[in-house]
Design a protein around this ligand. Structure first.
Ligand code: GAF
Length: 408
């Protein structure tokens, strides 16, 4: 198991403590021996965007912003529903057993919890509180984070030997996202939250599902800065599904079974089969896959100039070919690139708003932030997030929880 850096352990301790205190105030007094808890990070993608559903390579890492799922079995064992409380939405929802039925009609946030209880065939009812420090809906994978945290919570009661591999856990949560949130997502989010390690980015080959942990040694000379634009355009999930459908259709027309068997020459030769935007979408998939492989090597060599250039190329492709950026994000990227000492900048995540990620010399970070705050058109909704890579989802151990209870 990955061991947390002291700073990360402290941050987790305080978020679990907050969650515990809110659990007590919402559900009343607790018997601490019945309480279990799990903590899942969010993620940011360094490069390899919109290709995890097209057999590509992606290079995300986990970030120190969390979802905590804390709870206990319902005290009345005949109670045939779980009660789920979200501190973010300040809302409580009842989910009836069997979850396969109730999760379908649950409110959107509760569907992520219910969807996981459903696909993992939970047969028990719980009092559950969901608490986040991870911004919701900012393209940092708040949904996959809730999914993994829910599964790791539930498995402590219903799979005590925890004999589900991290990969299988990730794939099960992805299934919940497909079947209950109806987002035809790729592999990246659930896999990095399941399998990522502290101090490393995770290279995922989305064809073989093989993963490689790449040490991130850019500090202290440079950092990745996440900038949250504070905007999210409504069309995000509809456009996501449309891109996925177009990409699947393009592959069929090329008569290939994997995007990894497609190169630019093949695309050129079959241009007439790919009408409308399909050719540009396909070109993005092929080139972004190549870029990401190169970027992984650049990161291993600590070649920041090359890594940054590939990030910016990725942004231009997402903006001009794949059309998943928006004005606000393009403005943030352009402003970042105008600062001397910024190696590269790009949109990250599903798109249509959310966050950018920039690779910046450490000495220039203050200047970069100032520039964005001064010149971005929505400075009041701008925020910056810390970005050192942390480990994946975990269940809080009894010792950890005891220290939380002692300090509460
Ligand atoms: C969302 C999806 F959930 C991921 O699978 C991925 O496709 C990403 O958008 C774009 O790279 O986060």
């Amino acid at each position: 198991e990955d061991v947390d850096e002291p700073e990360v352990a402290n941050a987790k301790h305080s978020v679990v403590r907050e969650a515990y205190e809110m659990f007590v105030s919402h559900f009343g007094s607790v018997n601490i021996t019945e309480i279990h808890c799990s903590v899942a990070p969010g993620r940011v993608n360094l490069i390899g965007e919109h290709i995890d559903y097209a057999d590509g390579f992606v290079l995300p890492m986990n970030i120190p912003y969390y979802t905590v799922v804390i709870g206990r079995p319902a005290s009345d064992q005949d109670r045939a529903h779980s009660i789920i409380y979200s501190t973010h939405f300040c809302q409580s929802t009842e989910l009836k057993l069997p979850y396969q039925e109730s999760a379908k009609t649950a409110s959107s946030w509760a569907r992520y919890v219910g969807g996981v209880l459903a696909v993992a065939n939970s047969t028990r009812s719980y009092d559950i509180l969901v608490h986040n420090t991870l911004p919701i809906g900012a393209g940092l994978s708040s949904s996959a984070s809730v999914e993994l945290a829910t599964l790791y919570f539930m498995d402590q009661f219903e799979l005590p030997a925890m004999d589900r591999s991290r990969l299988d856990s990730s794939l099960l949560c992805r299934k919940a996202e497909h079947e209950y949130a109806h987002v035809p997502c790729g592999y990246m989010d659930q896999m990095v939250i399941g399998l990522g390690r502290s101090a490393h980015a995770l290279l995922i080959d989305c064809r073989s599902l093989h993963t490689t942990h790449i040490p991130l040694v850019i500090a202290p000379s440079a950092i990745f800065l996440i900038t949250n634009s504070g905007v999210k355009h409504e069309l995000a999930s509809g456009e996501y599904a449309k891109r996925k459908t177009a990409i699947d259709e393009a592959l069929k027309r090329l008569e290939k079974s994997s995007w990894r068997d497609v190169d630019v020459a093949l695309l050129e030769a079959n241009k007439e089969k790919l009408d409308g935007k399909m050719y540009d979408y396909a070109l993005h998939v092929v080139e972004e896959t190549e870029r990401t492989e190169k970027a992984a090597f650049a990161l291993l060599d600590n070649n920041l100039a090359l890594f940054g250039k590939l990030m910016t190329d990725s942004h231009c492709s997402l903006r001009d070919k794949y059309n998943v950026s928006c004005q606000e994000i393009d403005q943030l990227v352009d402003l970042a690139l105008s600062v001397d000492g910024v190696y590269g900048s790009r949109i990250t995540g599903g798109g249509f708003g959310g966050c950018t990620i920039s690779l910046c010399s450490s000495q220039k970070v203050a200047e970069l932030k100032e520039k964005l705050l001064e010149e971005y058109s929505h400075p009041q909704s701008l925020s910056f997030l810390e970005c050192q890579p942390v480990g994946g989802v975990s269940s809080a151990s009894l010792g950890f929880l005891a220290s939380v209870f002692d300090s509460a």
